[in-house]
Design a binder for this molecule. Structure first.
Ligand code: SF4
Length: 476
């Protein structure tokens, strides 16, 4: 097993992060570089930046974290007022360099670069259509399908090309496109994945997967791009926007990913107009009301459960504390562990503060249980440290269905909620009790579920999905 592909502690794996920038001082790539650090949590397998200097388009991309991929010389060489960037977690296509983003091609419209977060559920259909037209493809990535589809568009203008191509894509696609005319940032009509834009005091235009990256770069006005909206910034910094039409007649409804609140997004981001930290805090508070327990201490599984644990503590009156110390640097390593290290599993990533838990009744807040890889060893670690009772509270509903929109959760048979009913899961994990947040309570926390995708919890997908699609996909 290579831990890079399937670390034993991985539950729902991260998605990707994208950015697009117009910087009037010609340092767009440097801004992208700093912005990608703020999006590192969304993808740690590879990173890339493409920049256009008015004559040619240059790209640097490689395997690894942002800090590992780019040198000062790389950033210096990526000159120009326009740039896009990407942090990748592979969802379709392997981790091979052919799949690293941004994808860059030459076309009849000039050089183009595209970076994408999400997953097309009709990739097979688009692949066949392109192959029938004689288009050659070099990777298994749906991002390559998107750039080829755009490059082959007969429409006269980029905005029309974007609309025509997007109208034929089904699935999750928040993406950025760099052309010699400017940068585009666009979201699929369901609004599955986040994408926002803003402006710095120096009048740079910045689009990024999460608002936390915009705040990092000092953006003042921040707007979330609407589902089906395309925002364009030209080489002089003029910004225009357009929308896909006819969404109602096609019965397309907004279906923003509820899991962004549970796990993916950083707590300092805003998703669908709501603070991620605040929603997680309410998830925790609802859990305390619906699944109370007598205990001495509430602890989070860091980092994504911290806000929910604070909420549980506030609503229950049980003190909040930290007991797991997370090694934030081991999540993605390219070094194959020895058998000895492999057996250590999640304990390679977490240590316990023994004095904090010894003799105490502990409530452990975990943001989600997907395959069940993590919770059992964590409970064992708390027991070994002398915890008297361990009560697991999960700040999301049971995950029972696969995500077909870009999140690798495994198949139905892999999901622990389909294997063990809640009482047995508690027993199997070694906990004294275990409870999930209900979908209804999650809905109340975000106002209403009507604008959200809940497919991994409810099995209700925002469009028809073919579960054999990913299995039949050609792998490079
Ligand atoms: S299935 Fe789950 S993870 Fe996938 S988009 Fe829907 S809510 Fe998000």
């Amino acid at each position: 097993m290579n831990p890079f592909h399937s670390p034993s502690w991985a539950e729902a794996k991260e998605e990707c992060g994208v950015m697009a920038i117009y910087a009037p001082n010609g340092d767009a790539a440097r801004l992208i570089y700093y912005g990608l650090f703020a999006l590192q949590h969304r993808g740690q397998e590879s990173a890339g930046i493409a920049a256009f200097d008015g004559y040619s388009l240059s790209v640097r991309k490689n395997q690894g974290l942002v800090s590992q991929v780019f040198s000062e010389a790389d950033i210096e060489s990526l000159r120009g007022v326009l740039a896009i960037g990407h942090n990748r977690y592979s969802t379709t296509g392997s981790s091979s360099s052919r799949n690293f983003q941004p994808f860059v091609i030459d076309s009849k419209y000039g050089p183009m670069a595209l970076a994408h977060n999400g997953n097309l559920v009709n990739a097979g259909e688009i692949r066949s259509r392109l192959l029938d037209k004689g288009v050659g493809l070099t990777s298994a990535s749906d991002t390559e399908l998107m750039i080829m589809d755009l490059a082959g568009s007969p429409k006269r203008q980029w905005m029309s090309r974007m609309k025509a191509a997007m109208g034929g894509w089904t699935g999750a696609f928040s993406f950025v496109l760099l052309t010699k005319e400017g940068v585009f940032a666009a979201r699929d009509p369901w609004g599955l994945r986040p994408l926002a834009y803003g402006f710095t005091a120096e009048k740079a235009f910045v689009a990024a997967s999460e608002t936390c990256a915009l705040s990092t770069l000092g953006c003042r006005e921040i707007h979330e791009i609407e589902p089906g909206q395309i925002v364009f910034c030209d080489r002089e910094g003029r910004v225009t926007s357009s929308r896909l039409e006819g969404l109602k007649t096609k019965s397309i409804r907004q279906a923003s990913c509820l899991f962004e609140f549970v796990y993916f997004s950083r707590p300092d981001s805003v998703w669908n107009g709501l603070s991620v930290h605040e929603v997680r805090r309410i998830f925790g508070a609802r859990l305390a009301i619906d699944s109370p327990v007598d205990a001495d201490l509430v602890i989070p599984v860091p980092d994504s459960s911290i806000s929910a644990a604070i909420g549980y503590s506030e609503a229950s009156g049980i003190p909040y504390g930290e007991a797991f110390v997370k090694n934030r640097y081991i999540g993605r390593t390219f070094i194959e562990p020895s058998n000895f290290l492999r057996k250590r599993g999640v304990s390679l990533k977490f240590n316990v503060l023994t004095d904090s838990v010894k003799g105490k009744r502990i409530v452990v807040i975990d943001d989600s249980i997907v395959r069940g890889n993590t919770i059992r060893p964590l409970v064992a670690m708390l027991k070994n440290a002398g915890a008297k009772e361990i009560h697991v509270r999960v700040s999301s509903p049971p995950v029972r269905f696969p995500c077909m929109m870009g999140v690798d959760m495994g198949e139905r048979k892999d999901l622990i909620a389909n294997i063990l009913p809640v009482e047995e899961l508690a027993k199997w994990s070694g906990a004294d009790s275990l409870a999930y947040l209900s979908l209804e309570a999650a809905g109340k926390a975000v106002g209403s579920l009507s604008k959200y995708c809940t497919a991994c919890f409810s099995g209700e997908y925002p469009f028809a999905v073919d579960f054999s699609e990913t299995k039949n996909r050609f792998e490079f």
